[in-house]
Design a protein around this ligand. Structure first.
Ligand code: SAH
Length: 214
């Protein structure tokens, strides 16, 4: 499962071309997604479809986001090296690994214990070391705030207040907001009290739920 063969590399190249055709223009995003072995974040029975542009089931009834969504959210973040970045919804850890390739101070929170445990094992095997937390992303990570960037990878019914508070002035949060279908929002904290909001297309994420699951 953790072997990265020339077949995987070839499929990944094809995935990256497809991302370009779908409008991903940021060369760093494309470079990083060409590197991270998405098949390593999935059950081995899904290895043959790992590089198709689709969401795939992981543990706890959750899904790994589809590559074009991961690429688009990453592009919206406008990342720069050494930024403090908080991700809500570790899930399989694939998006975390994409962020990790940017040389960030990276923190990620997951409310499902089984996913949190599994992602940590995957990270260890791939020798990457984001700081992982088992907790409720609605609360953010107060002790580690403020953040330059916050990325939410589950569909939030509304924007969590704590996350707004934990964003630096000048910082950016990318978050899908809505019930069944979400609008992708990019919020830039312009001053202590003002946020500039940009609205992108419609997406369907698994829901952002309150409190830790078991
Ligand atoms: N970035 C992940 C996406 C997984 S799906 C990946 O690439 O695989 C979204 C994840 O958000 C799920 O694992 C779900 O359990 C988690 N989630 C939902 N609500 C949450 C919350 N309040 N705090 C932390 N994680 C949450």
């Amino acid at each position: 499962m953790f072997e990265d063969t020339y077949i995987h590399k070839g499929l990944r190249k094809r995935m990256v071309s497809a991302l370009q055709q779908k409008g991903i223009t940021d060369s760093k995003v494309l470079e990083v997604m060409n590197k991270v072995p998405r098949h390593c974040f999935l059950d081995s029975s899904f290895a043959n479809i790992a590089y198709e542009d689709r969401a795939i089931s992981i543990l706890c009834n959750q899904t790994i986001s589809q590559p074009s969504t991961v690429a688009f959210q990453t592009q919206l973040l406008k990342l720069e090296p050494r930024m403090r970045v908080l991700e809500i919804g570790t899930g399989s850890g694939y998006q975390t690994a994409v962020l990790n390739a940017y040389d960030l101070k990276l923190f990620t929170v997951e409310r499902q214990k089984d996913l949190y445990d599994k992602a940590q094992k995957t990270f260890a095997t791939l020798n990457i070391h984001p700081q992982c937390f088992y907790g409720d992303g609605y609360k953010g990570l107060e002790g580690y705030a403020p953040f330059d960037r916050i990325l939410v990878t589950c569909g939030a019914p509304q924007i969590p207040e704590a996350l707004l508070t934990q964003l630096k002035v000048g910082g950016i949060m990318v978050i899908p907001v809505g019930d069944k279908v979400q609008k992708m929002l990019r919020l830039t904290r312009v001053t202590e009290t003002d946020f500039h909001k940009e609205v992108f297309g419609d997406y369907t994420f698994v829901p952002m739920l309150e409190n830790k699951a078991r």
